[in-house]
Design a binder for this molecule. Structure first.
Ligand code: C2O
Length: 351
């Protein structure tokens, strides 16, 4: 059977998140949504809206578009300034990730089987939805329903450093909990695990490119390898493996976050999306998935209802709780376009 969303009307459905690197009782682990236990809650089925098209661009392109950058920064600022209990508030949004990633939701009331959206075929579609709503909320806060997140195209040599739009201390996009020794001009290492490599920049770029090529080449015939192991209801996600794209993405998380425990913000799922850079990273992960799909002639990755019917709940930009199915997230071509005119050797135009 497919993974189903938690029973939200039950007072006890959501638990304290689990992460050993935070002290028990820490506020960071309180990630349950504000609607928890609300018996009047109405949950409706969501389908991707038809229009308008949101055009995501690489960060190197938006960085010089001052009008866009003003909008982006204003939208994030407004999101951070919303009341702390507003489900659209920036920290509330990050708690959605924490709850779904750190075992806050039991499946079918069974605390031994929790919902977890990493390490399996759930990873890409869940994060696609997560970004989708985050982006729509930002757009609605600035009254622009075409607003689109930028993507950090770390698959291109020009994108293999932390984008400077996130490093300005006076910007709403800034975050204090990072490894600043990895700020530009340091080249990101796709295999990073808290030990810096000593190869030269040119060699590291070449290694990254080769690794990405290999990921696609091996992954195109084998969706399980690229996207992650199958995961069905009541199965334990700690026993499944992530896809190769997720593995690269994990290294980028570690590379950006603090080197010391608990690796805030990006280095631990509890806090990762408290750093705006998360959304740039994931916009590119989503784009690489679209590119992967295109390479496969848009064939369905898994003809399996346990994948297609897997369902989650999110808040939309109207603060409504909506039920989202993986199958509805697959064809987004009318909804999101990843435009690439420059700095994009890996995935071409319009993937
Ligand atoms: Cu849910 Cu980049 O992680």
């Amino acid at each position: 059977n497919p993974i189903m969303p938690p029973d939200l009307n039950e007072g006890a459905a959501c638990k304290i998140a689990v992460e050993d690197n935070f002290p028990p009782g820490s506020d960071f682990l309180k990630c349950c949504p504000p609607y928890q236990g609300d018996t009047t809650l109405v949950v409706t089925d969501y389908t991707f809206p038809k229009t308008p098209l949101r055009v995501r661009r690489p960060i190197q392109e938006v960085v010089n578009d001052s009008e866009y950058m003003e909008k982006f920064k204003t939208a994030i600022k407004k999101m951070k300034e919303l009341p702390p209990t507003d489900p659209r508030n920036f920290i509330q949004q990050s708690k959605i990730h924490c709850a779904y990633c750190n075992e806050a939701y039991p499946q079918n009331g069974d605390v031994n089987a929790t919902i977890s959206v990493h390490n399996s075929w759930i990873f890409l579609p869940w994060h696609r939805y997560y970004l989708h709503f985050f982006e729509r909320i930002l757009g609605s806060l600035i009254g622009d329903d075409t607003f689109a997140l930028p993507y950090w195209n770390f698959d291109n040599p020009d994108g293999m450093t932390i984008p400077t739009i996130y490093t300005d201390q006076n910007s709403s996009l800034y975050d204090t909990y990072r490894d600043t020794s990895h700020y530009p001009p340091k080249i990101v290492d796709y295999k990073y695990k808290y030990t810096d490599t000593d190869v030269t920049d040119d060699d590291l770029i070449a290694e990254n490119l080769a690794y990405m090529r290999k990921t696609f080449k091996e992954g195109v015939p084998l969706p399980e390898l690229f996207m992650g192991d199958q995961l069905r209801a009541m199965e334990n996600p700690s026993l499944t493996s992530p896809g190769q794209l997720e593995v690269i993405h994990n290294s980028i998380h570690m590379w950006v976050g603090e080197r010391e425990l608990p690796h805030r913000d990006m280095g631990t799922f509890v806090t990762a999306s408290r750093d705006c850079i998360f959304y740039g990273l994931h916009a590119n992960v989503d784009r690489l998935w679209s590119f992967y799909r295109a390479l496969r002639g848009n064939r369905l990755e898994f003809k399996d209802n346990d994948w297609l019917d897997a369902t989650f709940v999110f808040y939309d930009e109207e603060k409504q709780v909506v039920r989202c199915k993986i199958s509805d997230s697959l064809n987004t071509s009318k909804n999101v376009l990843h435009l690439c005119r420059v700095h994009c050797t890996m995935a071409g135009r319009g993937a």
